[in-house]
Ligand binder design. Sequence first.
Ligand SMILES: Nc1ncnc2c1ncn2[C@@H]1O[C@H](COP(=O)(O)OP(=O)(O)OP(=O)(O)O)[C@@H](O)[C@H]1O
Ligand SMILES: [Mg+2]
Length: 148
Amino acid sequence: MATETNVKEYESFSEDDTFRLGREFGSSAAPGSVYSLEGDLGVGKTVFAKGFAEGLGITETVNSPTFTIMKIYEGGRLDLYHYDAYRIEDPSEMEEIGYTDYFYGEGTCLIEWACNIEEYLPESYVKISIEKVPEKGFDYRRITVTGL
Ligand SMILES: Nc1ncnc2c1ncn2[C@@H]1O[C@H](COP(=O)(O)OP(=O)(O)OP(=O)(O)O)[C@@H](O)[C@H]1O
Ligand SMILES: [Mg+2]
């Protein structure tokens, strides 16, 4: 579990804001770090991932890995393992892709829909939770970071 002790909150008013926040996190990501990206469908997890990749110096465009569980992006300061666990029905599908090589490797992992594979998450990871706040407008997002 991510520890509840260190919680930081950010406000995003646009897709660009979320991208830039992702870029900031990507530029400071450490080897072997794991980030979960939580939040409803269409909230902006992949937007954050795109910024994160840019922050790592990856030039390839990050897309939603909808038809694979994980996609590898190389060529940046660290390799990025971008997971989308949305379609996982049985968490043991994680074993088929040899997840441990990545969770405990030298790259950095970003996991959309990490709630579907909770039992496979490492002991220590950073939880990034993105939420809409309807009364603050259509493009507003509250981004809560726990465990950094
Ligand atoms: N503040 C914001 N931050 C991020 N995205 C925003 C924001 N405001 C509006 N959007 C829009 O919300 C959508 C977010 O899409 P995105 O694919 O990143 O969501 P997702 O959380 O990855 O969804 P899924 O669960 O389907 O993977 C985009 O169309 C984007 O333009
Ligand atoms: Mg997505």
